[in-house]
Write a protein that binds this ligand. Structure first.
Ligand SMILES: [Zn+2]
Length: 158
């Protein structure tokens, strides 16, 4: 069986991004006038409306800006992965993109957690950028003491 989830649509505007992820590289548009990186691909800089840009590689490192844990499959292709994390990643370069956090139980994901990009090949044409915790950070979270004693089972009212 092939890949059962929706696949990104490659058009001229975003083709360099998807060609780069295929090579294991994160490439974003970089405004020649104000220097802002941007994602998703667009003809205008959202900061200064300039149409002048280059494609530049970025570090692939960033932090979790915000996230949600999906417990319900809104598309049948995701049913086997529940629960999973959809996160807004703020890259070191300042741009934000939506992706998944992988390699960590969903309940351990935190805002501001340092993450790095990894690439998941889903077809001959497409590799998806996903993010995992930076190694040291993941270990620290795993070893963190739990918060307080376990909650006791319900007791009958006196
Ligand atoms: Zn600009």
């Amino acid at each position: 069986m092939g890949y059962a989830k929706p696949i990104p649509v490659v058009i001229d505007e975003n083709r360099p991004f998807w060609e780069a992820t295929k090579r294991g590289q994160l490439l974003l548009q970089h405004c020649r006038d104000c220097g802002a990186y941007r994602y998703p691909a667009s003809v205008l800089c959202p900061e200064c409306s300039s149409t002048a840009f280059d494609w530049k590689p970025v570090s692939g490192r960033g932090k979790v800006y915000s996230f949600v844990i999906f417990h319900r499959a809104y598309h049948p292709g995701f049913a086997d992965e529940l629960p999973y994390v959809v996160a807004c990643i703020e890259l070191e370069e300042g741009s934000r993109l939506m992706s998944n956090i992988i390699g960590i139980p969903p309940e351990q994901v935190r805002c501001d957690m340092p993450v790095e990009v990894v690439f998941e090949e889903i077809s001959k044409e497409i590799s998806l950028p996903k993010f995992r915790p930076v190694a040291g950070n993941f270990i620290a979270i795993n070893q963190a003491p739990s918060i307080g004693p376990p909650i006791p089972p319900n007791r009958p009212m006196p």
